[in-house]
Design a protein. Structure first.
Length: 208
């Protein structure tokens, strides 16, 4: 996705074939080395004209869908909420740094600089924990992995800033897992709330 906006508002005073406020552009990965343009629906956030300068991406509603906040140069922030009705699966991680018991080296508590590899559905994906992103923007620091229709969440391999490497087998899809260095999974969110266990979890799934 790209956010757009001309540098000078004076362009609106001339017939130069461009405008100061412009639409963001979204492209879909077609998995053949190319990207396909996604046209905006009338009245949607993608159809909004704004003087975009930066964009921050993240799962703002803890539902596994990536939303976008656009930072314009001369107005309030623009929220693009992901309302795609698909039911594809995903996993997400909240990492908490600790100490490598073998070396005594510490990772930052926010795990900044960590790298996560997820192996699932025959695909190996990578996400890095970074503080920056687009211009004057910072993305959600929780790595997010799409799984498509796969129901096996696979295995996460975490390379902590301390130098420790940790491998965690994930028990279920559609979860935001909290993983503490050296302790594995210490919590999980389901639908934005702490996950239930055992019979209670089965009852909630059946009630959906």
């Amino acid at each position: 996705m790209m956010v757009n906006g001309h540098v000078y508002p004076e362009v609106d005073q001339h017939d130069w074939g461009t405008t100061f406020n412009q639409r963001p552009l979204l492209y879909r990965n077609t998995h053949d080395g190319k990207f396909a343009y996604v046209p905006p629906l009338k009245g949607s956030g993608l159809a909004t004209l704004t003087s975009g300068r930066g964009a921050a991406f993240g799962d703002l509603f803890n539902n596994g869908k990536i939303d976008v906040v656009i930072n314009p140069i001369d107005g309030p922030a623009v929220l693009l909420k992901n309302v795609n009705p698909d039911h594809h699966h995903w996993v997400e991680f909240k990492l908490i740094g600790g100490v490598d018991p073998a070396t005594g080296k510490k990772s930052p508590r926010d795990a900044m600089g960590a790298t996560v590899y997820l192996t699932a559905n025959g695909i190996r994906q990578r996400e890095d924990i970074m503080s920056g992103g687009s211009f004057i923007s910072s993305n959600d620091q929780r790595p997010h992995f799409g799984l498509g229709d796969a129901t096996d969440p696979g295995t996460a391999e975490i390379h902590w800033p301390s130098g420790q490497k940790e491998i965690v087998k994930l028990p279920a899809v559609d979860r935001i897992y909290t993983i503490r260095e050296g302790a594995g999974i210490v919590g999980a969110l389901c639908g934005g709330r702490p996950c239930l266990t055992g019979a209670h979890e089965t009852e909630r799934r059946n009630a959906r």
